[in-house]
Design a protein around this ligand. Structure first.
Ligand code: SF4
Length: 221
């Protein structure tokens, strides 16, 4: 049997998982999102609608229970949660989709398009939530998928993944204390909404980036 559950009891935290993902991709991107958030793009609007529709459908049949309770019940039933609040007092946020079976969990970050699923921050988001859930379960996997069910990335959380999330969190805290947010250029700049005003890209002065990893070859920005 499948049991749908929700847990939305939010606590105050220092940083959200979303902020961590922005910082891990580029500290300057994180700063810009923080101090001058952009207007929602059409893709973001679409994503918000899809999230809301999925959550409303889920909520009609879901029972409210803590994540600890869901983990306990996962011995007998497959537990499926949407928009599940996870935190460790410092880092926190709502995980899109959490599936727990026999104390083994998969945390899925859902995206509205292939483009946003391939953004490196999506994997960091999935990892962040999975690391937050890891003390409660026997095993946890992080994944990124689109709403139409295509899986783009998956990783079992081990020591290395925990270290990565904790390291990013430490670097973010240090940056905030020092007020230093260095740009970190890479293939992700192709889809950065702040590229036009980024100091890395002077007007008319393109930077060649190797973006072969995403299968698009070399491109000039
Ligand atoms: S263009 Fe690249 S380096 Fe500049 S803010 Fe955006 S992600 Fe960072």
């Amino acid at each position: 049997m499948i049991v749908d559950f929700i847990w939305k009891r939010r606590r105050e935290v220092l940083f959200s998982v979303r902020e961590l993902s922005q910082f891990a991709v580029c500290p300057l991107l994180f700063l810009r999102e923080k101090v001058m958030p952009r207007k929602r793009s059409k893709e973001m609007e679409r994503g918000a609608i899809l999230h809301n529709e999925a959550y409303q459908r889920h909520r009609e049949r879901a029972v409210e229970m803590s994540v600890e309770e869901a983990v306990e019940r996962s011995h007998e039933e497959r537990m499926v949660g949407r928009e599940i609040w996870l935190d460790n007092g410092v880092l926190g946020g709502y995980a899109d989709l959490v599936i727990i079976e026999n104390r083994k969990a998969t945390v899925i970050e859902l995206k509205s398009s292939e483009r946003s699923a391939r953004w490196p921050g999506a994997a960091v988001q999935a990892l962040g939530y999975a690391v937050l859930l890891s003390p409660l379960v026997k095993e946890v996997k992080a994944a990124v998928a689109t709403f139409d069910g295509r899986l783009f990335w998956e990783r079992k959380v081990r020591e290395g993944e925990r270290d990565f999330v904790e390291g990013a969190l430490r670097r973010m805290w240090k940056s905030v204390l020092e007020g230093l947010f260095k740009p970190s250029p890479g293939p992700h700049c192709l889809s950065c909404p702040y590229r036009k005003t980024c100091p890395v890209f002077k007007e008319g002065d393109g930077i060649i980036l190797e973006v072969g990893v995403s299968g698009h070859g070399r491109r000039q920005l």
